[in-house]
Write a protein that binds this ligand. Structure first.
Ligand SMILES: Nc1ncnc2c1ncn2[C@@H]1O[C@H](COP(=O)(O)OP(=O)(O)O)[C@@H](O)[C@H]1O
Ligand SMILES: [Mg+2]
Length: 334
């Protein structure tokens, strides 16, 4: 067996053109002799043919793809017979969001919102079917010539029946720190809110032409995500609508609890940003500074109790005469 190349006949397909090469597969444009239509074939490199773990994951990607049915999700086809490992999909002849951003750098807010809405519609559908994508990024969002968004690449998607993340999924996750959520960095599997985070990051990038977290290398970016604060959106887009800013910042909150809880909730915000209350800058900074300490919702009561306890200790100590040599523990916010 050898690598598939342009000009080959692969089962019912005639391989016509190389569209992309990624870390693990070549994507070809091919002619489907059964339907008479052009399709896309994702063919893993030969080195993976005998890799059982890869095979399992690839099969799952295809199964997940075949289970989904939405205008904004790439459609997986069912070849009659497969003589080797590959997946057939509907062909998208347009560009990816990555190449659009490379050309245009920033998109007007209305356009960015319209794109995010389409992605979010797809997320609602996927989440309803128990699938979390976990690898949303501009490379995996394609535009048809008519401008319709199609999500591709379910390579590390998670469905309800999935077992633990394999080394393969993990290494891929670690390959792209820009869009992954803080909980993924922590090794958690992620849920619907992980996709909310990635879409929030993509929306930020479409508006700002920059990412909310940056750093000289992958480690620094991950650290900024787990410990730092996002770069203020008005820094790149001074005239940003405060409601829209609040919407984006909510989606990229460090703790999944603080984000829009479902794709449906995010979609509602995307359709009506004016309904998202603008943010009190201090509240957001506090949320982002929080590490593994007291959750923000509990922060105020806990602080109050601690202060009260400290105060009573002071009263009690000053009532005791003569004052012994004690060191007062000043309650501190953790
Ligand atoms: N159905 C398709 N039609 C056109 N191009 C596609 C299609 N699927 C993937 N591609 C192109 O190939 C690239 C890699 O595909 P993807 O499924 O994301 O592979 P990987 O899992 O290796 O990242 C995409 O970023 C896109 O540019
Ligand atoms: Mg990809």
């Amino acid at each position: 067996m050898r690598e598939v190349a342009v000009g080959d006949k692969l089962d019912q397909y005639e391989v016509r053109e190389l569209l992309a090469r990624s870390g693990m597969a070549s994507i070809f444009k091919a002619f489907d002799t059964a339907s008479g239509e052009m399709v896309a074939l994702k063919v893993p490199y030969l080195q993976f043919e005998s890799d059982v773990v890869f095979f399992e994951r690839f099969q799952r990607e295809e199964e997940i793809g075949q289970r989904l049915e939405h205008p904004n999700v790439i459609k997986f086809l069912k070849p009659r017979h497969k003589s080797r490992m590959y997946a057939a999909m509907e062909l998208v002849e347009g560009k990816s969001l990555r190449s659009v951003l490379q050309q245009e750098r920033v998109l007007p807010p209305q356009r960015a919102l319209a794109i995010a809405q389409q992605v979010c519609e797809a997320l609602v559908h996927m989440h309803e079917r128990g699938v979390v994508h976990r690898d949303l990024k501009p490379e995996n969002l394609l535009f048809t010539p008519a401008g319709q968004v199609k999500i591709v690449d379910f390579g590390i998607a998670l469905d309800k029946s999935a077992r633990r993340l394999t080394w393969l999924g993990l290494s891929r996750t670690l390959g792209t720190p820009d869009y992954i959520a803080p909980e993924q960095i922590g090794g958690r599997r992620g849920d619907a809110r992980t996709d909310v985070y990635a879409l929030g990051t993509i929306l930020y990038e479409m508006l700002a032409g920059n990412l909310p977290f940056s750093g000289p290398n992958a480690l620094a970016i991950m650290r900024a995500k787990t410990d730092g604060e996002p770069r203020p959106l008005p820094y790149f887009l001074p005239e940003v609508d405060p409601h829209l800013e609040a919407l984006v910042l909510k989606a990229i909150e460090r703790s999944p609890r603080d984000r829009q809880q479902t794709a449906a909730e995010l979609l509602q915000d995307l359709k009506n940003p004016a309904a998202v209350p603008p943010r009190d800058p201090l509240t957001f900074a506090a949320g982002h500074r929080r590490r593994n300490g007291i959750p923000r919702r509990l922060g105020a009561p806990v602080l109050l109790l601690a202060s009260l306890a400290g105060l009573s200790a002071l009263v009690w100590l000053s009532a005791r005469q003569p004052a012994p040599q004690v060191q007062l523990a000043v309650p501190r916010e953790r």
